[in-house]
Write a protein that binds this ligand. Sequence first.
Ligand code: ADP
Length: 454
Amino acid sequence: MFKKILIANRSEIAVRVIRACREMGIKSVAVYSDADRESRHISMADEAVCIGPGPSKLSYLDQEAVLTAAQMTGADAIHPGYGFLSENADFAEACAKRGIVFIGPPPEASRKLGFKSAGKAVAIAANVPVVPGTQGDVEAGVDIARVAADIGYPVLIKASAGGGGKGMRVVRQASELKPQLEAAAAEAKAAFGDGSVFIEKLLERPRHVEIQIAADKHGEVVAFPERDCTVQRRHQKLVEESPSPALTPDIRRDMQAAAVRLAKSAGYQNVGTVEFLYQDGKFYFIEVNARLQVEHPVTEAVAGVDLMELMIRIAAGERLPFGQERASEIRCHAIEHRINAEDPDNNFMPCPGRIEELELPGGAGVRVDTHAYPGYTIPSYYDSMIAKLIVSAADRPTALRRALRALGELKVRGVKTTAGLHAKIVAHPVFMAGDFDTHFIEKTKLLDKEDAHG
Ligand code: ADP
């Protein structure tokens, strides 16, 4: 087992890794930017190294700075968390070259799956259903009008290198196709340094349902119960729950089997998530997230598993401690709320600044993952999530009541947050009934001041 792990990340996920290290008797090294000097992950880790100024390009994304910090402190492994370098195959390779274990999938597997269009090709080869669309990226010189007409309007243009809902455009008629394609490519180029795009059928009423998998280095792969991440704003997840109120046991089993087939055919190792859209009883692969996700605690609650510990053990070469039957067990119902320092009444404008007062919920079935504390100043350089609230209970109605109770206990003064919006979502009769799609927020008019958006 590793002796010392460096965490190439910040915020709640850095705290999460440090906690796992401590429980496993592994020393932890935090890295931080100048802007994060007050962050809780620094005081919690055994050692901490400043790796640069606030902008992430100059610190958390600076591979050389991270690797030097690992060598300086004698870390034998690096945990990348999510975002930043977590899905960067070149970084994983650079770690290996220096004799440091990257706690994540092998670079060849993330290369195969990192691009959405490449991931779709792997899915097709593994006999996993995908959303109908172009085979690969749109190449120069193809008759795109013909391609889109063959797929059938409405279509969705997506950035291959995409993430966070960026570079995605809905096109409802042929006349909009060319300008939207150009706009999507330009947005993708600016956001990801790569302008490749592909086209697929727009599903009008899908749910987002994803399967967490774990794969060891000995060829074993298991799939856990699904997470339903249908409540979104601008294609970004707000609430995640498990099990999905929409899935039958048969669909769940088929989805899990599809995820395992895909992981095996890509030579995937460590933990990852296979994302699907689900509509009218059918599921369609959309992409793989080759890392641990923000919403992993939902699965930890439902499956009764510590995914962070599992990641570390898999990276150290251990075998999966259980098989598919145990991984499939559903032990409770769990819901996660992403609490962001944003103003829902002002187009979700980020609200960095000082948290004057903070009271966190507690009690039975309540978990809060956060790096924030009273007096903590949220820097303006990074994403605005300040806490994740995860509740679990024996069944969905009880979990909903518990979520409302816990959201009511959460008190943040000094910055605006999305907690109030989460309470409105949970209390909404449509959410309670469980019958909704990815347009839940628009359709229920929970955000009446929201700007119009495709
Ligand atoms: P990103 O990586 O940018 O988050 P994803 O491919 O994961 O993009 O998709 C994010 C969300 O966008 C999905 O959860 C879904 O709400 C919506 N979406 C993606 N593809 C489609 C599609 N073909 N039809 C309808 N909605 C889609």
